[in-house]
Design a protein around this ligand. Structure first.
Ligand code: C5P
Length: 235
């Protein structure tokens, strides 16, 4: 089965501070999105990459893809995104040609995911899982709180889930295409990842080992870390 990757890259990146849309900001001189595209296209299984651009930035993203060297065996499509990540992913799924039975969804904000992680996710879908997430154990203990009634007020802790059973999930998340399309057609309400929508269909999502370098670039310190990782790779 052929694999396509959808890369939602339409977010503003407000938490990163003022500037261009997050995916277009440079990491060691190259836009974050280009790093992410290369990371996915590095997998020999991935024959198509769909980039979901900022709503007014599709032309700019298209010229970026044309300006950087990318694998010849991979096809690239660019579509404008939406107001939420979920909407952006749906707009990407809508343009997938037939023949790609496995779909990866990968945040542009995770530019450094190693190809071995990408391949492990694809492999688990090939082995029959309808949805696969790369996941890591947590370093921190997690508390569930009652949200504060007013900003700055202390928040009462209501539960402490057993840390050993918790995982932080990353992308690319991998899917049987028909399952993901059905999830996007039927699940409504807030979700923070695509696999969560498949869970809501009542299907079992499986986790495979994630990777430290697949971290999400969210805050300014993450840019420092990402450039340090790139510098170490070039040694
Ligand atoms: O904001 P956050 O880091 O959770 O975004 C995760 C990914 O979803 C990013 O790659 C971002 O560009 C993308 N996104 C999108 N469309 C939106 C919001 C976020 O494609 N409307």
């Amino acid at each position: 089965a052929r694999t396509a990757a959808v890369i939602p890259a339409a977010g503003r990146g407000v938490r990163l501070g003022p500037g261009a849309p997050k995916a277009l900001r440079a990491l060691s001189g190259t836009p974050m999105l280009i790093h992410a595209v290369r990371a996915l296209a590095a997998s020999r299984a991935v024959s198509l990459v769909v980039v979901v651009a900022p709503p007014d930035g599709a032309a700019e993203v298209r010229s970026l893809l044309d300006a950087y060297a990318l694998p010849e065996r991979t096809d690239f499509l660019v579509v404008p995104g939406g107001q939420t990540r979920q909407e952006s992913v749906k707009l990407g799924l809508d343009v997938l040609p037939s023949g790609h039975d496995i779909v990866l969804v990968h945040d542009a904000a995770r530019p450094l995911v190693p190809v071995d992680t990408v391949d492990a996710v694809i492999e688990a879908v090939r082995d029959g899982a309808p949805a696969v997430v790369p996941a890591l154990p947590l370093a921190d203990t997690v508390k569930q709180v009652e949200p504060a009634r007013a900003p700055g007020e202390p928040e009462p802790v209501v539960a402490t889930p057993e840390r050993a059973l918790l995982r932080a999930v990353q992308t690319p998340q991998g899917f049987d295409r028909a399952t993901l399309v059905r999830a996007h057609e039927t699940v409504t309400g807030e979700v923070t990842d695509d696999a969560g929508m498949v869970e809501q269909l009542g299907l079992t999502v499986v986790a495979v080992p994630g990777h430290e370098e697949a971290f999400k670039v969210t805050r300014p310190l993450d840019l420092v870390l990402a450039e340090a990782v790139l510098a170490r790779r070039r040694l």
